[in-house]
Design a protein around this ligand. Structure first.
Ligand SMILES: [Zn+2]
Length: 132
């Protein structure tokens, strides 16, 4: 089980998605180890390449509020099948130590260990040099 608040918050976020090109609304939560929740939605752009996914918006929102560790990502979309994070988002998740990705699809809750989704992130910095 996950907190009902997470399910409600992530589903509620779909209404803030800005997706006039794809029509695919995506909402995500970035949750810190102490339980703080930051939401993001996908933000598309007419140049398409500037589009940013909901997961990265949620993580950047957390970072902009002083967070440096994200434990869990919760994700949902308007698609009629479960949505999975893209490679760019997985790489950004790895930067902040995400441990679990939870996909909400209707009443279904699909949980994945982060390493199962992204076993070998790119990481050129030594652990001891990492900003804490
Ligand atoms: Zn993405």
């Amino acid at each position: 089980m996950i907190p009902k608040e997470w399910v409600d918050l992530v589903k509620d976020g779909l209404k803030y998605s800005y997706a006039p090109y794809s029509g695919i609304k995506v909402s995500a939560l970035a949750i810190t180890p102490d339980g703080k929740v930051y939401r993001g939605v996908n933000v598309e752009n007419s140049s398409l390449g500037l589009t940013v996914c909901a997961e990265r918006v949620a993580i950047f929102n957390a970072v902009a509020n002083g967070e440096r560790k994200i434990k869990t990502i919760v994700l949902t979309s308007s698609l009629d099948e479960p949505i999975y994070p893209c490679g760019a988002c997985l790489q950004v998740m790895s930067e902040f130590g995400v441990e679990e990705v939870i996909i909400i699809h209707g009443d279904k809750i699909i949980r994945h260990d982060f390493r199962e989704l992204f076993p070998r992130p790119f990481n050129w910095r030594k652990e001891e040099n990492r900003e804490k």
